[in-house]
Design a protein around this ligand. Sequence first.
Ligand SMILES: [Mn+2]
Length: 233
Amino acid sequence: MILFISDLHLSFDKPKITRHFVHFLQTKARQVRAVYILGDLFDAWVGDDDFTAPNAQIRRELKQLTDSGVEVYLLRGNRDFLIGERFARGTGVILLDDFAVIELENERTLLTHGDLLCSDDIPYQAFRAKSRSSEWQQNVLSKPLWLRLCAARWYRLRSFWHKQKKSDYVMDVNQTTVEKLMRQHQCTRLIHGHTHRPDVHEFRLNGKQARRFVLSDWTNDGGAVLSFGGESE
Ligand SMILES: [Mn+2]
């Protein structure tokens, strides 16, 4: 069995979600072959040198899961894109690129966080392009940890206000972009998160049935998990 989750947005001020996730790692996740985390596991990530709560605990729990033989794949989201090699080494998690293709129940499946599908949000895409350069990242990561933590708090506040002003249309995926990327990667199934609009969308792609699975974000009430494959797999 293979599990998919995303958008937990773990942070110090949401301890309930951390508890749900730790429980998930210790129970359900232990019984499967692989777990895919499709981005925004953390609400903010300011560098692999940050071990403030709940990061240290989450790293320990992930390590225990990978040590037990479960494969854990992590695709970085727009909030935790600074997760790096040190985090991967410490947890045993395998980092994926922005787009990953896997064979899932004999169907080529495209995995991505989802922010790149929201191509109508031009200012965000411009920031995204800039912030993925090694120059930008080296500059940020060279700042002292306390300063990065302050900046992250400010950024979260700012993005909260910006989101209120953006229209629903701009915040959702662009169907043309979705189809273009699925064609490019020769996939008929797409799994992503980011929009917090859980659903399964069906459409035709090159004369074939195509489906887009949108994962749910996690809340205080618990976490949504998408699973494929029976108990035996
Ligand atoms: Mn996101």
